[in-house]
Design a protein around this ligand. Structure first.
Ligand SMILES: Cc1cc2nc3c(=O)[nH]c(=O)nc-3n(C[C@H](O)[C@H](O)[C@H](O)COP(=O)(O)O)c2cc1C
Length: 231
């Protein structure tokens, strides 16, 4: 029997996975990860989010193509505005150029991504700055559960360029906010450690800017700068 990952190990290795094997996600795995998502907290325990899960069939295929077109439009703009085509981005071996290539491949393959999930919030009042807080914990639960079962995914905003068409295609009613587009599948390659800035950068003690002496990363932690890269 496979050994279970500890919660802390799952958190430390749930990176964005954008390359998937050509394998569908079995229904029982979808059930487990959606169950994990459904256990997330919501304001006043309203449980007012839903997950639209698309794998196979005509709607899934149409939604994947639609998301691919939205992603292409958003990524082409971001490639320019975030400097992926200038500075070190012109050097093929630079981290920026590698990132750009991996995004190109990801988007090229979106029409055949194994699973597409739209976490949606059913609004009960006019939009507020905190409404996403009743959906996004569910998404992290979903990614962690996927990781625990050997799957991986990434939270994206690719639906934003095609929101209207998506609502029509999936018959999403008015008053429902599509909070993200999650792609999911069996990773090509391995899960690896999440890299962020050192803990001392995130934690303050008493007042803004003062890091506590205890803010120390576990031994062996590797770091990365916050993106997108400036040069
Ligand atoms: C609010 C939010 C929006 C994101 N939007 C996108 C997106 O549109 N496209 C994408 O490929 N990744 C997207 N991501 C994934 C981030 O780029 C990713 O989590 C970040 O670069 C850290 O990488 P890692 O998870 O591999 O450590 C998003 C993540 C969050 C939390």
């Amino acid at each position: 029997m496979a050994t279970e990952l500890s919660v802390l190990d799952a958190i430390a290795t749930t990176r964005s996975i954008r390359r998937y094997r050509d394998e569908s996600v079995p229904d029982e795995v979808l059930a487990e990860i959606c169950f994990a998502a459904s256990r997330a907290p919501t304001g006043s325990n309203r449980q007012n989010f839903r997950l639209i899960v698309l794998t196979n069939g005509p709607e899934a295929s149409a939604a994947k193509k639609l998301i691919a077109s939205g992603a292409q439009a958003a990524w082409s703009a971001k490639r320019r505005t975030d400097g992926y085509e200038s500075g070190s981005g012109v050097d093929e071996d630079s981290p920026k150029a590698r990132m750009a290539r991996s995004m190109d491949t990801y988007i090229e393959n979106l029409p055949t991504v194994p699973a597409l999930i739209f976490p949606c919030l059913i609004r009960h009042r006019a939009p507020t700055p905190t409404e996403g807080a009743s959906v996004y914990p569910a998404m992290q639960n979903l990614l962690l559960a996927a990781r625990a079962r050997g799957y991986g995914g990434v939270v994206t905003m690719w639906h934003m360029a095609v929101e209207q068409e998506l609502a029509e295609l999936l018959e999403i009613p008015d008053g429902v906010f599509v909070a993200a587009t999650v792609t999911l599948g069996k990773p090509v390659g391995n899960h690896g450690p999440v890299r962020r800035q050192p803990l001392a950068h995130f934690v303050y003690d008493g007042k803004w800017g003062d890091s506590p002496a205890w803010a120390i990363d576990p031994p062996g932690t590797r770091h990365t700068s916050a993106g997108p890269r400036k040069n």
